[in-house]
Ligand binder design. Structure first.
Ligand SMILES: CC(C)(COP(=O)(O)OP(=O)(O)OC[C@H]1O[C@@H](n2cnc3c(N)ncnc32)[C@H](O)[C@@H]1OP(=O)(O)O)[C@@H](O)C(=O)NCCC(=O)NCCS
Length: 150
């Protein structure tokens, strides 16, 4: 029997700015990007932007960017609305973003205290390679993870 998820992963565009602004603020608080940066994520060329749509509502978003002449991709933002967490939304967004980036290696960074995200990345085959001391607002370190694509 085939299982179908109750959400779909779709390309996002500038029309999603308001929903993305809301999502960023509830997911990231002090780390949330300003609206202008979010507009950039939704419009600049070379960026993969995907949303998870659940009954017409944006419940998750991922942004990915390829750098270094397309050899390395970076996940620049990933968030899921709290009431939709634990349902595989982030995993689906991450897998689709990795495919669309089509690079040899994907990297990302995360606050050391962010257990949920660290679990997700480890489960998805990411390995911690660096620590960037006091990278985040408030002085928290960042863990840098990377994954080689098959
Ligand atoms: C991190 C975040 C994106 C995870 O989203 P999610 O949709 O709940 O994640 P998923 O349901 O796809 O979970 C995928 C895997 O991650 C792990 N995971 C997710 N949340 C977890 C939690 N709270 N505790 C432990 N593991 C967790 C699970 O191991 C799960 O694997 P499983 O399939 O074996 O259960 C979400 O908690 C979030 O938006 N947090 C706030 C923003 C944020 O921190 N973003 C990441 C910044 S680097």
């Amino acid at each position: 029997m085939e299982f179908s998820a109750p959400f779909t992963i779709q390309s996002a565009n500038w029309r999603d700015l308001q929903d993305l602004y809301h999502l960023e603020h509830v997911c990231f608080n002090q780390d949330a990007w300003p609206a202008l940066d979010l507009l950039g994520v939704l419009t600049f060329p070379g960026i993969v932007r995907l949303k998870a749509d659940w009954d017409g509502k944006m419940v998750g978003f991922i942004g990915g960017e390829s750098r270094d002449h397309q050899q390395t991709g970076w996940i620049i933002t990933l968030g899921v609305l709290e009431e939709y967490r634990g349902k595989g939304v982030a995993k689906a967004l991450l897998e689709e973003c990795e495919k669309k980036l089509a690079v040899q290696m994907v990297r990302l960074c995360v606050r050391v205290s962010n257990e949920a995200a660290i679990h997700l990345y480890k489960n998805q085959g990411y390995i911690q390679v660096e620590i960037w001391p006091q990278y985040y607002r408030g002085g928290e370190d960042a863990l840098v993870f990377e994954k080689y694509m098959e």
